[in-house]
Design a binder for this molecule. Structure first.
Ligand SMILES: Cc1cc2nc3c(=O)[nH]c(=O)nc-3n(C[C@H](O)[C@H](O)[C@H](O)COP(=O)(O)OP(=O)(O)OC[C@H]3O[C@@H](n4cnc5c(N)ncnc54)[C@H](O)[C@@H]3O)c2cc1C
Ligand code: SF4
Length: 333
């Protein structure tokens, strides 16, 4: 049986120092922070994660949601997903973040899950979660059985010959469209990471999922001030109406003036190996009339580089329709 030590650091500095002893901050880390535990403990029960040391960060003062001086929002790492989704400022100014979180998991899970834990949740690829199977993400160099096997729910954007796993988070898709910044405290001090730079493409090292190094503690996430006159929406398509991961989702923030799109931020979920911001769709939208034909063109642009596998080809059209529909909803609401 797998045994581990459980520690409760007094402050963030002690947490960082304890975690800095880890061999890695990626798959196979022997020291792990634990927040809500809804990803980590799940994977420990499956022996996919076998840390020798768990650092409980739940008592650190990282559970506040506060306004920032520039009019944005600061979200502590241990803020529960439910508290974030129902926060009045989030519901008023960052509605798609609230919609994205509430579309995920279940009420019980959202009461436990935290902001940082959600950023770092792992793929639901069945081979990753089964230690009897090879998997490059879990055990580098063993192969990727998903490419010729069960891949209906896996990614069509950002894949490599080493891994085609989907990033399953809903919250992250909204944060990508909102251009969030992730703040980390590490052994060398604090640093801020633009959302798009935080998660890594699988390439030949799918076990490396983020830029985090041993000791790095996510302390909070900041959102820029809401864009005046913009509208936003999160649409999630899935096999059943609740308690299910996205097959395709779209987070959109657009500004329309005089019938033309003047600003667009677009991110997709359920189809990418990381939360998938689409500069192609954004470029296709800006300066054009806000109408269904142009929304479809933007969706075509977003999925132009899609690489379907044996079972997930349907996702290419599904994601296009999801994005086009989200844009229609947001511009006619
Ligand atoms: C049945 C089920 C259904 C789900 N459905 C959905 C869904 O539809 N959509 C969706 O988006 N999600 C879904 N989820 C995933 C859920 O959102 C995540 O499990 C949750 O957000 C993880 O947060 P946590 O606080 O529990 O993380 P934990 O399990 O505590 O931690 C996860 C990882 O983050 C690391 N970590 C935690 N905090 C920090 C920190 N401050 N700094 C550095 N590292 C840290 C941990 O070491 C660990 O590696 C589902 C989960 C389950 C079990
Ligand atoms: S897709 Fe990635 S996670 Fe799934 S089996 Fe292949 S390497 Fe492992």
């Amino acid at each position: 049986m797998h045994t581990f030590e459980f520690v409760r650091p007094a402050d963030a500095a002690a947490a960082v120092a304890a975690a800095a002893r880890a061999n890695t901050a990626q798959q196979g880390a022997d020291v792990r922070f634990v927040a809500g535990g809804t990803t980590l403990l799940d994977l420990m029960k499956l022996n996919v994660e076998t840390p020798a040391r768990l650092i409980d960060i739940n008592r650190l003062p990282l559970d506040q949601i506060e306004a920032t001086p520039d009019g944005g929002l600061k979200i502590g790492a241990t803020v529960r997903n439910a508290d974030l989704a129902y926060h009045p400022v989030v519901q008023r100014d960052y509605a798609l973040l609230s919609q994205a979180i509430l579309s995920g998991a279940s009420a019980q899970l959202r009461n436990m899950a935290t902001t940082a834990g959600n950023l770092l949740q792992r793929t639901r690829c069945v081979y990753f979660r089964d230690t009897a199977m090879p998997c490059n993400k879990r055990e580098p160099g063993t192969g990727c059985p998903a490419i010729t096997g069960t891949n209906r729910t896996l990614a069509v954007l950002g894949t490599s010959e080493y891994c085609i796993a989907t990033n399953p988070s809903d919250m992250c898709v909204a944060m990508a469209a909102l251009e969030a910044t992730i703040h980390v405290q590490g052994t060398q001090g604090a640093r801020a990471i633009p959302f798009g730079d935080f998660h890594l493409l699988p390439g030949s090292t799918p076990h490396r999922e983020t830029v985090l190094e041993p000791g790095d503690l996510v302390t909070h996430v900041t959102l820029p001030p809401p864009v005046a006159g913009s509208r936003q929406f999160y649409l999630k398509l899935r096999d059943r109406a609740s308690y299910e991961f996205a097959l395709a989702s779209a987070a959109v923030v657009i500004t329309v003036a005089g019938g033309n799109v003047t600003r667009a931020r677009v991110a997709l979920g359920g189809v990418g190996t990381k939360p998938w911001r689409s500069p192609e769709a954004e470029a296709a939208l800006v300066g054009k009339p806000a109408n269904p034909a142009n929304f479809r063109m933007a969706a075509e642009a977003a999925m132009r580089n899609a690489k379907p596998q044996s079972e997930n080809g349907f996702k290419v059209e599904l994601a296009k329709r999801c994005l086009a529909h989200a844009l229609t909803m947001v511009s006619t609401a």
